[in-house]
Design a protein around this ligand. Sequence first.
Ligand SMILES: [Cu+2]
Length: 191
Amino acid sequence: MDDQGYFNLTAAVLVTVVVVAGFAALMWEGSSASGATGSSLPTVERNLTIQWDPSASSYVYSSAHLSVPLNTHVVFVITNYDPEAASYIPSPSDARVSGTNGATMTVLRDGASSVATEVPFAQVSHTFTISSGIYDVNVPIPVASSSTDPVQVSFSVDFTTPGTFDWGCVILCGTQDMTAPGDMYGTITVA
Ligand SMILES: [Cu+2]
């Protein structure tokens, strides 16, 4: 190989390395941003658990009152231990995902993750719903595999308007008092 050929080969390898590295960086950006889909807002995470509460004799959300900073990309992770489906779902839209980034959620069950836009009626356990007019979010939470093998749902919402908004479960899921804070209802403060 003459000098010119060697130079061309070196340049080609260099260009390939730069292109591959750039593409890998793009892929990493996409995969690390958990539902961000291009959001430039800082990300915070909020975790909720739906678990059996002996004193309430029902499954309840772990936190009633949430707060998130204004102008953030909030990733919610909800872990559900309830294996029972709700007895009554008032509207078909209660079983569909709406108002989240991409109008999707990610479901993690038994180590397998999938993106979903709805949950079959017979498998809806609870919902996480905000109907404020400013934030209109509905996420159907599927049943757990068993009471010791939870299902995990994650989704993101960008909060860019301040205020305090109600959230709750909007289906008949068997809990005694649907309006008791800390049970199946609460508030989210954006400030
Ligand atoms: Cu519920």
